[in-house]
Write a protein that binds this ligand. Structure first.
Ligand SMILES: Cc1ncc(COP(=O)(O)O)c(C=O)c1O
Length: 390
């Protein structure tokens, strides 16, 4: 396959002033963890989200880890999380010595199902001294990590209320959903904490990077402190607790400043390409494009083709067919309950996340994707359908 004809799934699009800002770092010799772009990026990121401040860190996983530490999650505690997610939220629960409890997802949002959350808590927990106790294990459930899957907002209205009722900290993993909103508010700003990733496949990238936002100002101050090795005295290197070297470096923040300027255009392109897919796949009988309900405004990070249940066993064959045609597509992540590290975790009533896993294929969605490329993807999908019909 000639490289020119290859259509990747999701690649970086450094189309603005990123290079100019990085050159500035070289000129100023600010290439490491100190430098003006880090502060500028934090300010501009907060302003994009219409909040007061943000903490730039080395990646989304670090943001999630800090959010759990700030939620006081410690060894022996438990944390609720979705069964269908990228693995990072589950890993960080383990970094803290805590145990995940896995919950189901729903078709509307591909994200955590509020009914399963509420049913699990009602049937399995009791409140003692303002703590949510798991009746089966006797342990405290400290927090919920809700992942806004593929850019789609989970139903935050009910989820926020359930967390309040059960004394749980709410951590939004908004890694995939920068620019998406729930009832007009940016995702990542409705929970106690919001975590973002700028890994290369995200709507905007810094190569590798992340941001943590905190609802509470004290948490925000503490987040910065913990991400910079908890240093209280720069001259004598005095640290007042065990901290982390999680601060984003100036070069990456410079890329971030450039990317943030492109965000309005990226969001527009994502939406426009979604519409082209949608229009062209109307006649496709193998499945439909997943679309979200009115209460959310997705950022259309990943486009999901949902195969009809009668076609789900063809999923891997179709993925292979597209990949052979130079179109990079992939299934959604393996379920957490199927991975050896999380097999023995307590779960809610999991049914839908498995259906989603069996039926979803992610289609090319880069912000540099052209309408001609979208049309090519659709053409190859329809060729496959024709072949199958014969
Ligand atoms: C939902 C989700 N959470 C967390 C992460 C982790 O982010 P990072 O790769 O920046 O550590 C990612 C992506 O990489 C993600 O998609």
């Amino acid at each position: 396959m000639k490289k020119d004809n290859f259509i990747p799934l999701s690649i970086p699009n450094l189309c603005g002033k990123e290079q100019e800002y990085v050159n500035q770092c070289f000129e100023d010799n600010f290439v490491s963890s100190v430098g003006p772009f880090v502060d500028q990026f934090e300010k501009e990121f907060a302003s994009f989200l219409e909040i007061e401040n943000s903490t730039a860190v080395i990646n989304g996983t670090a943001a999630l880890h800090l959010s759990l530490i700030l939620s006081d999650v410690k060894e022996g505690d438990e944390v609720l999380a979705p069964n269908l997610t990228f693995i990072a939220p589950l890993n960080v629960i383990r970094y803290c010595g805590a145990t995940p409890i896995l919950l189901d997802s729903e078709w509307d949002t591909l994200s955590l199902c509020p009914e399963d959350l509420e049913n699990f808590l009602r049937e399995n927990t009791e409140i003692k001294n303002q703590s949510c106790i798991n009746k089966k294990t006797g342990k405290i459930i400290k927090a919920l990590i809700v992942v806004h899957v593929l850019g789609n907002s989970a139903k935050l209205g009910p989820i926020v209320n359930i967390c309040k009722k059960y004394h749980l900290k709410l951590i939004e993993d908004a890694s995939e959903s920068l620019g998406a909103k729930y009832e007009g508010k940016h995702l990542g700003t409705l929970g106690d904490f919001g975590c973002f990733s700028f890994n290369g496949n995200k709507i905007m990238t810094t190569g590798g990077g992340g941001v943590l936002v905190c609802k509470n100002q004290n948490d925000s101050t503490k987040a910065k402190h913990l991400s910079t090795t908890a240093k209280v005295n720069g001259l004598e290197f005095i640290h007042d607790e065990v901290g982390y070297n999680y601060r984003m470096v100036n070069i990456l923040a410079a890329i971030g400043c450039g990317q943030l300027e492109n965000m309005p255009q990226f969001l527009k392109t994502k939406r426009e390409n979604f519409k082209i897919y949608e229009e062209n796949l109307k006649e496709f009988n193998f499945g439909q494009l997943h679309s979200v309900k009115d209460f959310t405004q997705t950022n259309f990070w990943f486009y999901s083709l949902v195969l009809d249940s009668s076609n789900e066993e063809k999923r891997m064959q179709l993925i292979q067919y597209l990949n052979d045609a130079g179109i990079q597509v992939r299934p959604i992540w393996a379920l957490m309950e199927d991975l050896p590290m999380f097999k023995s975790c307590q779960t809610g009533n999991i049914t839908i996340s498995r259906e989603i896993y069996n039926r979803v294929i992610n289609l090319p969605c880069s912000t540099s994707l052209t309408s001609l490329q979208v049309e090519k993807v659709v053409k190859v999908l329809k060729n496959y359908e024709r072949l199958e019909a014969n």
